[in-house]
Design a protein around this ligand. Structure first.
Ligand code: 3HC
Length: 318
């Protein structure tokens, strides 16, 4: 019986519209599968690459307490990458292929991680702003239509909100410290504010994926809606810190109930996305080196697993 593709697609859309989760074994349009592999794998790559700028300060943390907290956070990000790669694998792509796509530049990771971490305050700003922005997006994704992705988000969001609080507490400590410490916090905000609001992606009208992503409930809010939500939440937090957000056009709009903000430098955004940011080459180089240096570990783990399998079979046969 010839597959009635129209009926399958209509039934699929009806399930999405009814708010059902799509599971790995459900029928799904090839484009739905492919766009999830693209988004989930890039999300996972963002987590793994995101370990690099923060890892840069583990050996230079100002106290044992800060070092332990940062170690735990970086370890959490590795775990987030693992959950996301596992979710992507349910769609039929192998882990090796995922990494090949990252290492060859075929797959992206979040632009934000191509900025350098120049001071300890950057670690506070990343927790506060970058994890804060990630949470806004990820809370929405806990209700995304693809089951394994939505479920991975639940655990990730719990840990991410801890990261955001940890980063904000670092900024509070610096802002309550010496003038030099407060200046360091202000400098970090000056450098991470605009790249953080770029994390949400291009403007809706320039996003090639948003329309279909909304139809398939991959996204439940658009890039601009999430960006605005982040700005509205974060501006009062900066005020509590006594820091100035580097946007002279930032102003509360009583009519809309949101903050108006100045123009985003989309040239900078696309330059970074295209690989021409300050740290793109360094980040990708670090990932490729880690992959090459870790080959013996993967081979040993595979050999051990094969040996274990063989001895299990030998026991069964005897
Ligand atoms: N950095 C790099 N590329 C970006 C980007 C960014 N900040 N924003 C958008 N892009 C890319 C998209 O990947 C797409 O390119 P592609 O077709 O080659 O994949 C292109 O720009 C067009 O953008 P769209 O908005 O049309 O693409 P999407 O519909 O995929 O939306 C997104 C972009 C909002 C980032 C969406 O992919 C998403 O929600 N991803 C999941 C969340 C995520 O990846 N977050 C990254 C941060 S994770 C993190 O911060 C870790 C935390 O622990 C700190």
């Amino acid at each position: 019986m010839e597959l009635d593709i129209n009926k399958l697609e209509n039934d699929f859309q009806a399930r999405i519209d009814a708010g059902e989760n799509i599971e790995p074994k459900s029928w799904m349009p090839e484009k739905y599968r492919k766009t999830h592999i693209r988004q989930i794998s890039q999300h996972g790559h963002s987590e793994i690459v995101g370990m690099l700028p923060e890892g840069n300060w583990i050996t230079r943390a100002p106290s044992l307490r800060r070092k332990v907290g940062l170690l735990a956070k970086v370890q959490d990000e590795a775990g987030h990458g693992l959950y996301l790669y596992s979710a992507a694998e349910t769609l039929g792509i192998s882990r090796d292929e995922l990494f090949h796509q990252l290492h060859t530049g075929k797959a992206k990771y979040s632009s934000i991680f191509n900025y350098p971490t120049l001071s300890w305050a950057d670690i506070g700003a990343i927790g506060w702003l970058v994890d804060g922005a990630a949470i806004i997006n990820q809370v929405m994704l806990t209700r995304t239509s693809y089951g394994p992705y939505a479920r991975a988000m639940v655990r990730i969001c719990k840990e991410e909100s801890f990261h955001q609080r940890q980063g904000y507490e670092m900024m509070l400590t610096l802002c309550a410290g010496t003038p030099a410490q407060k200046e360091m916090a202000q400098d970090a905000l000056n450098r991470f504010w605009w790249p953080s609001i770029m994390m949400f992606g291009p403007r809706d009208e320039e996003s090639p994926h948003t329309e279909q992503a909304m139809k398939w409930k991959i996204k439940l809010k658009t890039n601009d809606e999430l960006r605005q939500q982040f700005i509205d939440i974060t501006v009062p937090q900066a005020e509590i810190l006594g820091l100035t957000i580097p946007d002279p056009d930032l102003k509360w709009n009583e009519e809309t109930g949101h903050y108006d903000h100045g123009p985003i430098d989309w040239d900078e955004f696309w330059q970074v996305v295209k690989g021409n940011g300050r740290c793109n080459k360094e980040r990708l180089g670090a990932r490729v080196k880690a992959w090459d240096d870790g080959e013996w570990v993967r081979d040993a783990a595979m050999a051990f697993a094969e040996k274990k399998e063989k001895s299990k079979e030998a026991k069964k046969a005897s």
